[in-house]
Structure formats: C-alpha cells, structure tokens
Design a protein around this ligand. Structure first.
Ligand code: SF4
Ligand code: SF4
Length: 466
C-alpha cells in the first residue's frame, strides 16, 4: 500500500521512553469518585440519582439529553454523597455526581452482552454503544453512536482506527494495542458491521513496532474467521452475516510526524484521500475511531459493560514514577498522581492529554473523564507561558508546518485585534488546534489559545442571535 503523508507537521521530541515498555496496571479502587455529567461533546447528561442513593458499578446515573449526548454510569459501587457543581478538567465547573465507595466494587444487575454480536442489526448495535456512554477516547469525546450514524446518502467505504498516538509522552494506546489487540480488532469488526464496510484499517505510527506486530497478528485472523462464519444456526434460528460483510483489516504503519493522528491527516495517510476544507471524513467515505474507543465498543457489545474506566499515561519530568494505568472514570488526578510517586520540583505545569493539544490544569482536584488520555507534568522549559509572547515577525515558519494549509500568522493577528468574523474567512473553523504553529513560532505566539478564544466568541455570538 502506498502511504501518503500530509503536508506540514512537526517533529517534537517524543519523550515516550519512560512509559513505552511499562505494562498497563490497574489503579487502586478510589474511595470517592466525582463523575461529571458532561464528558462528551453535546448536551450534558441529566443526573437520575440523588444524595443517599446506593449505586453499583455500571449503573446509569445520568440520562442522555438529546441526539448528541450519552448517558453516564457509576464507575464504582457505593453511595451518592453529592450532586452539584464541581471543577472539571475540561475548563469550567460542571455538574457531577459524587460517589463514596463501599469497597465491594460490584457490577449492577442486568448488564448482559451478546456473543453473536456481528449478526445484530446495526441500529441495535448503535443503541448498545449509546447506552454504554461511549465517546471518542482519543480526546475528542464525540459520541460514538452519532459518528456511526452517517446519513444514508453518505456511502462509507473505510472504517479506520486511529492508533497513531502522535502526541509526545503518551503511551496508553500503544500499550493497549500490545496488550489487548483482540478487543480492539473485535471492536473494529463491530464498527464495520454497523457501517456495512468491508475494508478496515488501523493506522499506527511506524515507531511502535511491538504494537504493529500485535495488531497485525490479530488483524490477520479477521478474513478467515468471517469466511467460515458466513452462515450459522443457533437455537433453531439461522443467522446470516450480511452480504458484503466479508471483512478484511489491514494495519498500516504511518510516517512518524505530528499531528499524524488527527482525522484528516490519518485519512490521507491511509487512503490517499483529502478531506476538503469545511468537510467531514464521511464526505470522502471514511469514519475514524480511536483504538481505545474500539476496545470499549467491544466490551459494551460483547459483555454489556458501560464505559466506566480507561487506560491513561501518567508521566512527564514532574512525575516521580511514570506509569500506564487503568483508571476508573471520576478518580481525582491527585489520587492518581499519588499512586505514581507524587509530583516533584521539576513540575511547572500539569496538562490533561499530551503537551501539544492538552488542557492545562489549575488544580489536581479534578476527575479523570472519558477523554483523559494522559496526565503529564511538564517542566519549566516545556511549559509554554501563554501570557508571555511577542509580536509576529512574519518569519513564515507557522505557514510551512500548518497541516491544514492555513496562515496562522494572519489568523493570530486578526484574532488579537478581535476580528473574529474575518478570521473565519481565513479558515479559523478548519484549525483543529494541533499546536504545530505555536511549536515552531520564535515569538512564542499562543495560536491555539487565540483560535479557541475566537471560536468561543463566535459561538457565543451565534447563541445570542438565535
Ligand atoms: S511563526 Fe510566529 S512569528 Fe513566524 S510568521 Fe508565524 S506567527 Fe509570525
Ligand atoms: S493554525 Fe491550527 S491547524 Fe494550523 S498549525 Fe496552527 S493549530 Fe494547527
């Protein structure tokens, strides 16, 4: 297969050595979890439990509100001790349910799975995924059932899993691919069955050799398995794998370049297709999901388990004992960091996610959410001070590296002057905040913060007008 890379991009030091070879370990069962109702793009869930209620792991505690929303589940068994507004790692405070553990860690009753999952109707599968509260776990947190429901006129040809993990420091996805390739590939098969797609791909950066090997071995089993399973009978009922659903999965090693894992760049590398500005992956017949999301989909469909935990990397020069941990949703950052030997003097800034696209944290009393791929404590040298930047000297470096072909120099200057509408004409909405421009800018201009601010202001204006 011809691998086409994208224009632009940068090569930040990958800094993955300290956790790349560390197996995933289960974090301690938290004594208390704070579970926000908004851990996804779209309408927040609405709490359906009150103070004093006993809950079990996997029990629904928040109901989805509207089409772009997902329910939220208890990640431990215990008692609800508060429902209210709490700090969230996504920025502003958010409504959350606080649960105190009873130490039993018991699953809720009635969480049934399906062993014949590839034969289920796509609508049934989408509903299972929605009810399990599954969202994009690479950090985007878009509800997965919505992404898996393209309009009928959009013919989907490619289901692509993102295993690039191009953000420096993070190794959670790579470890998951090495240790649980079966769950990921089964999740991809479910995605392919929903979309009626025969070609599945997993894009993995070429420097993750062990992950590529493990995933390739698992992917190699897919075609033969489905050929023999085309028809089968159970309990007197004949099941049929739908026509055109003879699947094949390829693991595609990708060039090592940031931001190789962003959707449009991944699609280009895997299929050679360009998603035009202002368009979505489905416009070129592609749907992309993260590898951890695929594993969560498998757990939900096969075993009936909602999304109550995730794997993340706790690392950076400011963390004493970096680790890859499987953590319950709602566990506080401070709890997790204390399980990693605590924070040290080198820590100047803690971000949720990687250093390029991560969100800076003001407090460690915030909970792990569904999109928390990492907790990284950066050193003074690595931590960009967004208040300390100079004027644009028109060196053009940012233009060379922007993977979207934008002019970040002009965008930044327009936004600085409050010309948000004009910035839109210069592709503001196509900027996916990868931070490549800021990475190379000699004046340290905080382009990501500029674009976030401009997008927020435009959204506010739109809301006011409606
Ligand atoms: S890299 Fe920075 S200084 Fe150079 S043109 Fe871009 S914004 Fe201006
Ligand atoms: S303008 Fe946006 S998309 Fe382009 S490099 Fe900067 S952050 Fe990335």
């Amino acid at each position: 297969m011809r691998i086409t890379s994208f224009k632009g991009g940068v090569h930040p030091p990958d800094n993955k050595k300290s956790t790349a070879s560390l197996p995933i370990v289960d974090a301690r069962l938290p004594e208390r979890v704070v579970i926000p109702m908004s851990m996804h793009i779209g309408a927040p869930a609405k709490p359906i439990v009150g103070v004093g209620d006993a809950v079990r792991k996997g029990q629904k505690i928040g109901e989805a509100q509207g089409a772009v929303s997902v329910p939220v589940h208890a990640s431990i068994s215990g008692k609800v001790i508060a429902v209210g507004s709490f700090p969230s790692p996504m920025g502003a405070d958010a409504q959350a349910v606080v649960i105190e553990s009873d130490g039993a860690d018991e699953w809720a009753d009635g969480l049934a799975g399906h062993d014949d999952y590839l034969s289920l109707n796509p609508d049934v599968l989408r509903n299972i995924i929605k009810e399990a509260g599954i969202v994009g776990m690479g950090g985007a947190t878009f509800p997965s059932h919505v992404k898996l429901s393209p309009p009928k006129e959009k013919k989907i040809k490619y289901a692509i899993l993102n295993g690039a993990e191009c953000e420096p420091y993070l190794t959670a996805d790579a470890r998951l691919m090495e240790e649980n390739p079966g769950d990921i590939i089964e999740g991809l098969k479910i995605i392919m069955a929903i979309l009626r797609v025969t070609d599945g791909f997993v894009g993995v950066e070429d420097n993750k050799k062990a992950a590529i090997k493990a995933m390739s071995a698992e992917a190699g089993k897919v075609a033969c398995e489905l050929v023999v399973e085309t028809y089968y009978e159970r309990d007197g009922i004949q099941y049929e794998v739908p026509k055109g659903c003879k699947m094949g999965v390829k693991v595609v090693p990708l060039p090592v370049k940031y931001p190789q894992g962003s959707e449009k760049q991944l699609i280009k590398a895997v299929t050679g297709l360009e998603v035009p500005p202002g368009h979505l992956p489905m416009d070129v017949g592609a749907v992309v999901q993260n590898v951890a999301t695929a594993a969560a989909i498998y757990q939900a469909v096969r075993f009936g388990r909602p999304l109550v935990e995730r794997v993340l990397t706790v690392t950076g020069p400011g963390i004493n004992e970096p680790r890859n941990l499987r953590v319950r949703i709602g566990t506080l950052f401070e709890d997790i960091i204390s399980q990693c030997g605590g924070i040290n003097k080198k820590a100047a800034k803690v971000v949720m996610g990687g250093p390029m696209m991560g969100i800076a944290q003001w407090s460690l009393g915030v909970p792990v959410v569904k999109g928390t791929s990492g907790i990284v404590a950066l050193s003074e040298r690595e931590a960009v001070n967004v208040m300390d930047f100079g004027p644009c000297i028109r060196c053009g470096r940012c233009i060379e590296v922007c993977p979207m072909g934008l002019n970040p120099s002009v965008l930044g200057q327009l936004i600085e002057k409050g010309h948000f509408e004009e910035a839109k004409d210069y592709g503001l909405l196509d900027c996916f905040e990868c931070g490549s421009c800021s990475f190379v800018c000699p004046s340290g201009r905080p382009m990501v913060q500029f674009t976030k601010w401009a997008k927020r202001e435009l959204a506010r204006k739109k809301q006011k007008a409606s």
